[in-house]
Design a protein around this ligand. Structure first.
Ligand SMILES: Nc1ncnc2c1ncn2[C@@H]1O[C@H](COP(=O)(O)OP(=O)(O)O)[C@@H](O)[C@H]1O
Ligand SMILES: [Mg+2]
Length: 336
């Protein structure tokens, strides 16, 4: 019998372009939500393990990777390995508690890139109505569902690698809401077009697959909604943003509307018609050295020991606002 979906909100800060601050935002927003009293599960689903490396030192990360193929493994690969080898369902490992106990992490694994190839096959199997395909394609979603229930979290964040491959496809199809991080360069604006088209195709394909699936199979919902965007890593000039930056932001909003909102609205007209306005969730400026220190200590920007006090206060305010927006909007949209 398929398990019911746990109430935790699944989120992905996603843009297939690399180096746009996905991992940095994911970690820092998770801790900001924890500071609001929420419980959060971080799933490091990028084979490059940058999120795991942010929170743990190198020796710890090496330890995770060295033993992930054995019985005492603790990574995302350890959990998915039985499905990959056709030896049964996911292995329910216990996520790590970090911070003051409200943030949990499922560590990443470099071997996840092999799983990516496997997911490409299982997707094809779904279209051929081969039974393994459905369960295997939804295995990561299923795993996260169990871990969300086990930890009793309010939010789950997936961290993703910079591509539009089969692994990110299953992640986005499990996501309730995606957030677009926008580094202030023209390539990340140009990438929006591919992002919108890709999500549109994945959602449609998954609708076809769902119709082919046997009853009572646990399946990803396949309904990612756009929650908003976060401009990040811009430099502040004088008291506000530079004019070039404001111009950039206006252009970005237009493109988000055209390339994401309008494209996905085709799939779901009633949902989108009333919920388009003001999609900026906040913004995160370039924190330079403070971020470097935060990564060394494995803590969010606002919890760095020492460091520039003004910068820490600014980081706290920016992230707190984003966390409140995410919490408020996701709840309101869920109720709607
Ligand atoms: N707000 C910021 N201020 C300063 N540096 C940042 C900021 N956000 C990200 N960076 C740096 O930019 C690089 C890419 O960020 P990262 O979060 O790893 O992006 P992604 O996950 O999209 O690849 C990293 O070296 C990170 O330290
Ligand atoms: Mg990353």
């Amino acid at each position: 019998m398929a398990a019911a979906r746990h109430r935790a909100v699944r989120l992905t800060i996603y843009n297939h372009k690399g180096g746009v601050g996905k991992t940095t935002l994911t970690v820092n927003v998770a801790f900001a939500l924890a500071a609001l009293g929420k419980k959060v599960l971080l799933v490091d689903s990028d084979p490059q393990c940058n999120l795991t490396s942010y929170l743990f030192d190198d020796d710890h990360v090496d330890g995770f990777l060295d033993k992930s193929d054995g019985t005492s493994g603790e990574t995302i690969w350890t959990a998915l390995r039985p499905v990959f080898h056709g030896k049964g369902p996911v292995q329910l490992i216990t996520p790590y508690k970090v911070g003051e106990g409200r943030v949990f992490i499922l560590p990443g694994d470099i071997k996840l890139s092999e799983y990516e190839l496997f997911l490409s096959d299982t997707w094809t199997e779904c279209f051929k109505r081969q039974e393994r395909g459905f369960g295997a394609t939804s295995a990561l979603s299923n795993l996260v569902n169990h871990l969300a229930a086990k930890t009793g979290v309010d939010f789950v964040f997936y961290d993703t690698g910079p591509n539009i491959g089969p692994l990110n496809r299953v992640i986005l199809l499990d996501t309730d809401f995606f957030i677009v991080p926008a580094a202030c360069d023209h390539f990340s604006v140009r990438a929006l077009n591919t992002l919108g088209q890709t999500l549109h195709r994945w959602i449609l394909d998954w609708r076809t697959i769902r119709a082919l699936a046997p009853d009572r199979t646990y399946l990803m919902p396949g309904h990612p909604l756009y929650l908003g965007y976060i401009p990040q890593r811009f430099r502040i000039y004088g008291h506000g943003m530079s004019r070039a930056h404001s111009f950039y932001l206006r252009n970005l909003e237009k493109r988000l509307f055209r390339d994401i909102v309008l494209v996905l609205r085709e799939l779901d007209p009633p949902w989108f018609s009333t919920r388009l306005k003001g999609s900026k969730l906040g913004e995160v400026k370039d924190f330079g050295k403070l971020l470097h220190q935060a990564e060394l200590e494995g803590v969010p920007l606002f919890d760095v020991s020492g460091g520039d006090k003004t910068q820490k206060t600014q980081a706290k305010a920016a992230l707190d606002q984003i966390a409140k927006q995410i919490n408020g909007r996701s709840r309101a949209l869920r109720r709607a």
